[in-house]
Design a protein around this ligand. Structure first.
Ligand SMILES: *[C@@H]1O[C@H](CO)[C@@H](O)[C@H](O)[C@H]1NC(C)=O
Ligand SMILES: *[C@@H]1O[C@H](CO)[C@@H](O)[C@H](O)[C@H]1NC(C)=O
Ligand SMILES: *[C@@H]1O[C@H](CO)[C@@H](O)[C@H](O)[C@H]1NC(C)=O
Ligand SMILES: *[C@@H]1O[C@H](CO)[C@@H](O)[C@H](O)[C@H]1NC(C)=O
Ligand SMILES: *[C@@H]1O[C@H](CO)[C@@H](O)[C@H](O)[C@H]1NC(C)=O
Ligand SMILES: *[C@@H]1O[C@H](CO)[C@@H](O)[C@H](O)[C@H]1NC(C)=O
Ligand SMILES: *[C@@H]1O[C@H](CO)[C@@H](O)[C@H](O)[C@H]1NC(C)=O
Ligand SMILES: *[C@@H]1O[C@H](CO)[C@@H](O)[C@H](O)[C@H]1NC(C)=O
Ligand SMILES: *[C@@H]1O[C@H](CO)[C@@H](O)[C@H](O)[C@H]1NC(C)=O
Ligand SMILES: *[C@@H]1O[C@H](CO)[C@@H](O)[C@H](O)[C@H]1NC(C)=O
Length: 828
């Protein structure tokens, strides 16, 4: 009784309010006499933004949000009640209360409010930059939505800290596309040392934007208009903030923190192409926080990222053995330790790098570089100095007091990298100012052309520029503020492997279904014949690949130069419109999985052939890992990626493709793990760490599959709930390995050789990546007869532990539906 009597007046009030509404209104302000309900919206002065109620996706819940009015694809940039959802059927009303609060009410209570009070008459307005403000009668801002960021940073919004009001401005992702509640990811500012932005998952740093800088960028965009971005950095006692602006404020652009693609930049293109999502961060493995550890630098070449010491003359890997197998965990150390005796030490300059993490730093932006040098030299714990923001007329001093972490190489001339002066013992100072690092040594050649052209992400908008530059000629160095010039020089430098679309179309009878060989993870594969009679296999990449034109071509050129008898030869590519085709030599016997896992076909593979296949794959991998000009990690090695020529010689296919041609489907980000379940090494699946040892693991699985004729994935041990590896491991320990040999080759088999192969296979799948041999030792082991090590416990990779977002079949022949490629998998 009591309850009802309380509610009656409310019901009456609301009935009155809603009764008279027959159409949705567009308001320009909310005041004590004008409120927002149902389909009403509040519109900004020139109609760019709109505030109203919405239901994300198929969600049952209703939220108050802001989106672009003119754009048909509703793009929500801000949500008021993100963690206070209201059932969709509710009547909602947004109004200014007597106390001057902007409040969102359902029929009973206040759901959300602006948390301000004023005695005067308050009004709420939506500004043309997307800022919802509550102002008093003197237009003084009492409250603004720009102080309460959700997942989107718009031009003019600030990231950082407001010390006066003890506020932090940071982005947090939505929980899912249908739930705007704060998710796990945040993009905030670390102000312990010199400020910089960090992308975190919970407390774990995933990516660091680099020290902030004021900048001004101009580029010609996809709009064929000049786009000028400015970054504004404020560092003083009252606030530390970063924001960006577009010179032409009528262009729509921003950055969103999204739980699956992370930081995504976007812009609206008027010509019907809709939202463009040029770049997302982290872009590549080198963006992974601290991947190379102390005093090492991460560089990107066409297909692989790798770590090297800052310079090999003065630094060396702490753990050389690990380093050789792409285990970078020790980082590098100085060859000559610092002594700091009598000021005899000095500094070596490294250029074009993303400056190291600033956690343990000190700065004074009024100091000159010389003063900075002197100050650093005086203090034995000062490891390096730099000017973090050269745009401030040569002034600024940043000192590091601990090991230098998370350095990456950035393209020269991009204006994104910086110079850092690193402390060295006096004996190491002979030749001053070397250019960042040894490039001749080792087998890793850096191909500047394909390096992502930009950019130290000082703020976000470099993101944008990245796109602008990607669309153009990356090799061309540009100055800040300079308009990029078009250039065709690279196209002219193109080499032969370009086919015209009509050639390929003719060769495959217009991609006739009759010529279809199968469906790969990246798109269908067709058989074709060129006019000169050469047989080819054509891979038609999914159209939604986001990869740029030049980037694609350059990578094809690089990969087509890799030649080895155990690699499928990539003959070239063809790009026309959004069609991207890869042209390979044709392999008449299709893929290994169609033999080993097939009852009738497997008979054709006797033991000698199987051993030959195992050895051939091993040699192909040694070439990819060590001998080629590029260091390539296959990352998706599996039976369906091993093709067989007419003599049953194995040829590895799709190498380099995972990073190079993935586009939307396969990302090289470490947060997204690509590979085939069952062939994936656990550290890869779990941590997104990939190393040569991940391929070794996949190779081990392949060996065990070839010997047993059974798939690791999908194999169920009748006795225990083990996968193939687990089962084989138990048999091995009981001395019963021979029981697992494929029945169709038992006659031809040579038991000691079989057991040796199983032993090698088990060594390759050991749980600890450091215990696994590298591929050249594998080749030696297979070819020799000496004692082998006893394998340690393998890793039993269990499916259920991993959330799998998306499956797609990925095989060459289309026969092996059990092969599933995980296209997305988040490491927690
Ligand atoms: C208020 O709205 C909720 C949700 O629509 C509804 O379940 C409830 O009955 C309403 N209460 C009153 C008093 O109208
Ligand atoms: C408004 O915010 C202040 C400071 O965060 C807080 O102390 C206060 O309780 C809030 N008031 C309301 C009505 O939420
Ligand atoms: C608020 O507005 C009303 C009508 O516009 C006016 O009569 C009143 O004086 C105003 N109150 C204040 C505190 O300004
Ligand atoms: C993240 O972005 C992708 C691609 O734009 C989109 O499909 C997905 O729904 C977004 N996720 C969330 C949680 O908004
Ligand atoms: C772009 O900027 C350059 C130099 O600032 C200027 O010469 C050119 O006219 C501008 N182009 C457009 C389309 O605004
Ligand atoms: C900090 O910088 C902002 C913006 O330039 C300025 O408004 C504010 O007064 C400054 N505060 C101090 C304490 O200098
Ligand atoms: C800003 O962009 C709008 C929309 O594309 C365009 O119409 C306008 O001419 C641009 N203004 C300037 C100053 O470039
Ligand atoms: C300073 O150290 C250098 C090298 O260690 C040495 O040659 C020099 O004599 C020292 N000078 C003094 C004054 O100790
Ligand atoms: C910063 O450097 C300037 C110029 O050298 C100096 O005057 C000032 O005292 C320094 N401030 C601090 C806090 O060290
Ligand atoms: C060197 O710098 C550290 C960190 O700022 C500081 O704690 C220490 O007192 C300094 N030592 C000297 C001798 O100035």
């Amino acid at each position: 009784m009591y309850k009802i009597s309380m509610e009656v007046p409310v019901i009456v009030l609301f009935s009155l309010l809603f009764l008279h509404k027959s159409f949705a209104a567009e308001l320009d302000a909310i005041s004590d006499s004008r409120f927002l309900t149902d389909g009403d919206t509040l519109i900004s002065a020139t109609g760019i933004f709109e505030l109203g109620f919405f239901q994300p996706g198929r969600s049952e819940n209703m939220y108050l949000g802001i989106w672009y009015k003119k754009i048909s694809v509703r793009t929500v940039v801000w949500v008021a009640n993100r963690d206070r959802p209201v059932p969709g059927a509710s009547k909602l009303i947004l109004k200014i209360t007597d106390q001057g609060i902007l409040g969102l009410f359902n029929n009973i209570s206040m759901i959300w409010s602006s948390n301000t009070t004023t005695s005067g008459n308050a009004t709420a307005k939506l500004r043309d930059n997307g800022n919802l403000v509550v102002i008093d009668q003197n237009e003084k801002v009492l409250w603004q939505s720009f102080d309460y960021l959700t997942d989107t940073l718009l031009p003019g919004m600030k990231l950082g800290r407001d010390y006066l009001r003890s506020k932090e401005w940071h982005l947090s992702s939505w929980k899912s596309s249908e739930d705007p509640a704060p998710g796990e990811l945040t993009w905030g500012t670390d102000t312990v040392g010199y400020p910089e932005s960090k992308l975190k998952q919970g407390a774990l740093v995933q990516f660091r934007g680099g020290p902030w800088r004021n900048r001004r960028f101009t580029g010609i965009s996809v709009f064929s208009k000049n786009l000028t971005f400015t970054y504004d950095v404020i560092i003083n006692e009252s606030e530390v903030s970063f924001s960006f602006n577009l010179e032409n404020s009528s262009l729509l652009s921003g950055v969103t923190l999204n739980s699956s693609v992370h930081l995504q930049s976007w812009s609206w293109v008027d010509d019907g192409r809709g939202w463009q999502l040029p770049v997302s961060f982290p872009r590549d493995t080198c963006d992974t926080y601290n991947i190379c550890h102390a005093y090492a630098i991460c560089s990107v070449n066409t297909v692989q990222q790798s770590c090297t010491c800052l310079d090999e003359k003065r630094f060396m890997p702490k753990n050389q053995k690990g380093w050789d197998t792409a285990d970078w965990s020790g980082g590098c150390i100085r060859r000559t330790p610092l002594e700091c005796k009598n000021g005899s030490e000095g500094f070596i300059k490294y250029s074009n790098v993303k400056l190291p993490g600033t956690l343990n730093t000190w700065f004074n932006m009024s100091m000159s570089l010389e003063e900075c040098h002197t100050k650093c030299l005086k203090n034995c714990t000062c490891m390096a100095y730099a000017n973090p923001d050269p745009s401030l007329i040569g002034r600024g001093c940043l000192l590091w007091f601990s090991d230098l972490l998370d350095i990456r190489e950035l393209p020269e001339g991009s204006g994104a990298g910086g110079d850092i002066f690193v402390r060295m013992a006096s004996s190491e100072l002979d030749s001053q100012s070397i250019s960042k690092k040894n490039q001749g040594g080792g087998n890793i050649k850096i191909i500047v052309l394909v390096i992502f052209p930009v950019v130290l992400l000082i703020g976000f908008i470099s993101t944008w520029l990245c796109y602008v530059r990607r669309k153009r000629n990356y090799a061309e160095p540009t100055e800040e503020g300079e308009v990029l010039n078009a250039s065709n020089s690279q196209e002219e430098a193109m080499e032969q492997p370009l086919f015209s679309f009509s050639t390929i179309s003719n060769a495959t009878a217009n991609f006739s279904p009759d010529n279809k060989l199968g469906e790969g993870g990246f798109g269908p594969v067709y058989k074709g014949m060129l006019e000169d009679g050469q047989e080819i296999a054509v891979k038609r990449l999914s159209k939604n690949s986001s990869q740029g034109f030049h980037e694609f071509k350059n990578e094809v050129i690089c990969i087509s130069k890799l030649q080895h008898r155990n690699l499928v030869k990539l003959l070239g590519c063809c790009v026309q419109g959004d069609e991207k085709l890869l042209i390979y030599e044709y392999m008449p016997n299709k893929s290994l999985d169609s033999f080993i896992f097939d009852k009738t076909q497997s008979v054709l593979l006797d033991w000698t052939k199987r051993l030959n296949i195992i050895k051939g794959i091993a040699r192909g991998l040694v070439y990819l890992h060590q001998d080629s000009r590029l260091r390539i990690i296959h990352r998706d090695l599996k039976a369906s990626n091993i093709l067989l020529d007419q003599d049953m010689n194995p040829k590895i296919s799709d190498f380099g493709i995972a990073r190079s041609f993935g586009g939307n489907e396969i990302q090289a980000n470490t947060e997204r793990v690509v590979g085939t379940y069952g062939c994936m090494s656990p550290e890869y699946a779990l941590d997104g760490l990939f190393s040569i040892k991940s391929d070794v693991f996949s190779f081990g699985v392949l060996v065990l599959e070839i010997v047993s004729g059974k798939r690791n994935r999908g194999f169920i041990d009748p006795e225990n709930e083990n996968n193939l590896i687990g089962h084989l491991w138990s048999l091995y320990n009981e001395g019963r390995s021979m029981e697992l040999i494929d029945a169709s080759c038992t006659e031809s088999c040579h038991p000691p050789a079989v057991i040796r192969s199983i032993n090698v296979g088990l060594l390759c799948v050991q749980q600890n990546a450091g215990d696994r041999p590298n591929m050249s030792s594998v080749v030696l082991m297979l070819d020799s007869e000496g004692e082998l090590l006893q394998p340690k416990k393998p890793s039993f990779f269990m499916e259920t532990e991993f959330p799998v977002a998306n499956f797609s079949s990925s095989t060459y022949t289309g026969t092996s539906i059990n092969d599933i490629t995980i296209t997305e998998l988040h490491a927690r």
